[in-house]
Design a protein around this ligand. Structure first.
Ligand SMILES: [Mg+2]
Length: 268
């Protein structure tokens, strides 16, 4: 079950949400109780998702329905990550073209960015449930004209109450295929979102534990950040499905509450 000794150092959790906290509109376990336990341990919870179609405020509201009170600043989405990256890399107010959801566009507009359909410095591709040929073509032309190609995430599918649906990676691959250009990816398994929390809250990577239900995004993202990791068995992956990976998570637990109880035991 991994290295128990390091668990005492953990000061923060970087929690995936879908498949860890809830499945659709159903909570996984008694979230109110779980988050009271986390608070009692003095551990700060942060929330990280590859889903860029919802804003941090929307996640706060969703958690409120399960009795968990958080502030939007605790939620890192690829959109939040992209804002930091773009401000750092393009200090001169970049012109951004977004091939993505209305919520993603609204988020960037609210952050003060200029959204354009021509002469873009940046093309950001994400899940777009109204994907069209024309949208692929516009992104393609802008990238060929010199815009830098970013992707919020490469998730091939997303889980929903009606089974799996195509993920943002489908739109990204469409643009990648016709341009021959590889995107810069903001979401997991890129460690960028964990790095942001680390920098903002003065934490070391070994003090943040990444918790998730998917190996190729959540666990690999934690490993890439140099952080301890915990796989929960309430979502996509199972002990059998990750058996062949060389780097195993530090913990494999039935659910989030079991992760928290293990952390509590390590402190006794
Ligand atoms: Mg998940």
């Amino acid at each position: 079950m991994g290295n128990m000794a390091n668990l005492q150092q953990i000061k923060a959790l970087f929690l995936d949400m879908d498949g860890v906290l809830w499945e659709g509109s159903n909570p996984i376990g008694d979230l109110d109780r779980i988050f009271r336990k986390i608070a009692q341990l003095g551990i700060q919870p942060f929330f990280g998702t590859n889903n860029a179609t919802r804003t941090p405020e929307m996640y706060r509201d969703h958690l409120t329905t399960f009795g968990v009170k958080i502030i939007p600043e605790q939620v890192i989405t690829p959109a939040v990550g992209a804002v930091h990256v773009f401000r750092e890399r393009f200090p001169e107010n970049p012109r951004i073209h977004i091939f993505g959801s209305p919520a993603l566009k609204a988020f960037f507009t609210a952050e003060g960015f200029e959204l354009v359909d021509q002469d873009a410095d940046i093309v950001l591709v994400s899940l777009d449930r109204e994907m069209t040929y024309q949208k692929v073509q516009t992104a393609m032309h802008l990238i060929q004209q010199g815009a830098i190609f970013y992707a919020t995430n490469l998730d091939t599918v997303i889980a929903s109450e009606n089974g799996f649906q195509p993920g943002g990676g489908v739109m990204v691959k469409a643009v990648q295929t016709c341009t021959g250009v590889e995107p810069i990816v903001i979401g997991k398994p890129n460690p960028l979102m964990i790095d942001l929390i680390r920098a903002k809250h003065g934490l070391q990577s070994n003090e943040i534990m990444a918790v998730g239900d998917r190996y190729d995004t959540d666990i690999l993202g934690g490993i890439n950040a140099g952080s301890p990791t915990a796989l929960v068995l309430t979502g996509v992956d199972s002990e059998a499905s990750i058996r062949n990976y060389k780097d195993q998570p530090n913990l494999i637990c039935e659910d989030l509450e079991a992760v928290v109880d293990t952390l509590a035991l390590s402190r006794m």
